[in-house]
Design a protein around this ligand. Structure first.
Ligand code: WTA
Length: 653
């Protein structure tokens, strides 16, 4: 493991002394009301965590009750074993018997401006039809299905249809390239791919079906591709393999019962970046995942039946799984879903949506908040945002300035902010304020939620004293935790359970202050956090060295006002190749094509050599400082050739 990240940034955060107690009007009506109520919950969770989660599990509908709450043998947990339930039935069927039957489940807005509303009854019907259609294509329990769709209701429908029949979905973000899609399909061994002719993004059509055609050329497990008509884009249809969504569902049966599934039946695989080049297929299972996503949705967002709840994440990320689809639908919420880019066609699009649909809970990312802040106050100020009552953030630490802007300009000073820390691997929020109970400190995700045993420790697993930096760990298993890495249990053990003995290591550095508040310092491995999205430096490097001109490459993060971190890549060229601005552009595009536009380096720097230790390891710490334009500090005695560093710094122009 690398040493902890420079602690300067956290000192800046810790100078932020102001505390913001939850607004009194909010506290009065909150589910968890006042600090004492949280303390009581916290004590319950600490004293008997299994009992705590068992109570939460009782809020779901079970086909068969569990026998054991937890079976735990490091590093493998089984939650609620012996029990059976169906995730889709919990998100849909059980709401049909009461007042939620005709309540809006999904209110959707496309980027061009059209809207659609699906009630719980209608969503249920669509899910049943598509579940039957999947069965008609030969999809059986345990089969993997890849989903590569824009943010349209059918993305949720496809996920829920898989869950209904026990197929395991693997959603791939629509911004990923054909190559990334192919790798994920092959790793999961997906039988069917679900896509659309296209999706709208920034006023243009993203040609998803073309990428699928390219990917499936070298994905032998795929027997069928389902194509949703969304943009009316011309696409190639491969007879026998490709099927239009509307044709399949037109002849499918509407009464597909939800299959009762074992608590530990796999629900989905979601790929995320780790510190090696190969993305990890994080596996989540049925019962524990739903118990904890439902509990956190209800309590962290203080969710009410009257809320219009908008989580702006794409379903391609874990936030879209847990807090657009599963958590909120399990709670019977009205979920707003928006297809497009945040400032399309105008910088006030988000605020227009809030106004039009009377959104009451808004959950978004710090990078978006910073972009809105930069675009100017006039955009939110020109809209009626009085429906908002609660705000949330996720994905990276939020800088106190953006936090205050969010609170004052968007929340009008009356909405609490929940800064929620969690990961693809954790499945659900683990560290967060409870909005009616936890005084906020801008920049801190505050406290571990009840029933979650998170801490900041040293390498030996010993808690560090208040104020010192350490590793963020979780000591005991939690219901929504990942169960393994798909097809690579060894990597699961090595990555998460071996670095700090006997504990789950998150990969994040953190600090606890004297009040026990957690301050996340960022990743300590070779993972970047660009605009709240995880990218591995090695993935980017292997894309770069895949270009014929490149000999060696090193990618690092540099601080970026809007993105949090931006990708800077140092590149040495093969003999005979000359640096040029055109080549820089070509390399940036090359990475975008290999991985997806989110990985496109903001900056490429050509170098004659990269700084290395005598044993040949690239010294990323130095490159990070060069990329940030800082003077290189600390130990350089292991550097093989000092002149390399001097040359890199000169190249800054
Ligand atoms: C970072 C996203 C600070 C962290 C749900 C974590 C955060 C990684 C926060 C997971 C937060 C997420 N404050 N940092 N509130 N939330 N992170 O898997 O480094 O895409 O390990 O899951 O994002 O990113 P992932």
């Amino acid at each position: 493991m690398d040493p902890l990240p420079a602690e300067k940034s956290i000192d800046v955060l810790l100078k932020e002394k102001r505390r913001y107690p939850p607004p009194a009007a909010f506290v009065k009506a909150a589910r968890v009301s006042g600090p004492a109520a949280r303390a009581r919950l916290q004590a319950r969770g600490a004293k008997a965590p299994e009992k705590f989660w068992e109570d939460a599990a009782r809020e779901l509908s079970w086909d068969k009750p569990w026998r054991r709450v937890l079976e735990w043998k490091v590093p493998h947990a089984r939650w609620f074993s012996g029990g059976k339930l169906n995730v889709a039935a919990n998100c849909l069927d059980r709401h049909l018997d009461g007042p939620r039957r005709h309540k809006a489940a999904i209110i959707w807005e496309g980027e061009p401006g059209e809207t659609r509303t699906l009630t719980y009854l209608q969503l249920h019907r669509e899910v049943c039809l598509f579940a039957s259609a999947l069965k008609d294509l030969g999809v059986a329990k345990g089969d993997r299905v890849a989903i590569y769709l824009p943010m349209v209701p059918e993305a949720a429908i496809a996920m829920l249809a898989c869950a209904r029949i026990g197929a395991v979905h693997g959603v791939v973000f629509g911004g990923f390239s054909a190559e990334s899609l192919r790798d994920r399909i092959n790793d999961a061994g997906a039988k069917v791919v679900i896509t659309a002719d296209g999706g709208w993004r920034k006023g243009a059509v993203v040609r998803l079906k073309d990428a699928v055609d390219e990917a499936v050329k070298s994905a032998p497990s795929v027997t069928a591709v389902v194509v949703l008509k969304r943009t009316n884009t011309d696409v190639a249809i491969h007879e026998g393999r490709d099927h239009w969504w509307h044709r399949l569902t037109a002849k499918a049966s509407a009464d597909g019962p939800a299959e009762p599934l074992d608590s530990e039946h796999p629900l989905f695989i979601l790929y995320t970046s780790g510190s090696t080049g190969k993305p990890k297929g994080v596996l989540h299972t049925t019962a524990g995942y739903l118990v904890q996503t439902a509990w956190t949705t209800k309590n962290v967002f203080d969710l009410r039946d009257t809320d219009v709840y908008w989580c702006t994440a794409d379903v391609g990320w874990v936030t879209g799984h847990s807090y657009v689809v599963y958590g909120p639908l399990a709670c019977g919420a009205t979920v707003l879903m928006y297809e497009g880019a945040p400032m399309q066609p105008r910088p006030d699009r988000f605020w227009e949506i809030v106004e039009r649909h009377r959104v009451s809970v808004l959950y978004t990312a710090p990078t978006a908040i910073r972009a809105f802040m930069k675009a100017g106050d006039e955009h939110p100020r020109g809209r009626d945002l009085s429906s908002l009552r609660l705000l949330g953030t996720v994905g990276e630490p939020i800088n106190p300035e953006a936090w205050r802007w969010y609170r004052d300009v968007i929340g009008g000073g009356r909405c609490p902010i929940v800064d929620t820390w969690w990961q693809t691997e954790t499945g659900a929020i683990l560290i967060s304020p409870l909005p009616g109970a936890t005084p906020a400190k801008p920049g801190s995700a505050t406290l571990p939620l009840p029933g979650v045993d998170a801490d900041v420790v040293d390498k030996a697993g010993k808690p560090v004293p208040p104020g010192s930096g350490g590793y963020l760990v979780v000591r005991r298993p939690w219901p929504a935790m990942l169960r393994t890495i798909w097809g690579d249990d060894e990597r699961y053990q090595a990555q998460y359970w071996s670095q700090i003995p006997g504990m789950y290591f998150t990969g994040d550095g953190a600090r606890k202050d004297k009040d026990g508040y957690f301050w996340i310092l960022g990743r300590i491995d070779d993972v970047l956090n660009v605009a709240g999205h995880r990218l591995s430096t090695m993935e980017i490097e292997s894309a770069l060295v895949g270009h014929p001109a490149v000999a060696e490459a090193a990618a690092v993060g540099r601080p970026d006002e809007l993105l949090g971190q931006a990708v800077a890549a140092f590149v040495t060229l093969k003999g005979g190749r000359l640096p040029s601005p055109e080549l820089k552009e070509e390399l940036r595009e090359h990475v975008a094509k290999a991985i997806g536009a989110i990985a496109r380096p903001s900056e490429i720097r050509f170098a004659d050599a990269l700084p290395k230790t005598r044993s040949g390891k690239i010294m990323r710490r130095l490159l990070r400082e060069v990329a940030a334009g800082r003077a290189v500090q600390g130990d350089v005695t292991t550097l093989e050739d000092l002149t390399v560093l001097a040359a890199l710094q000169k190249d800054e122009e």
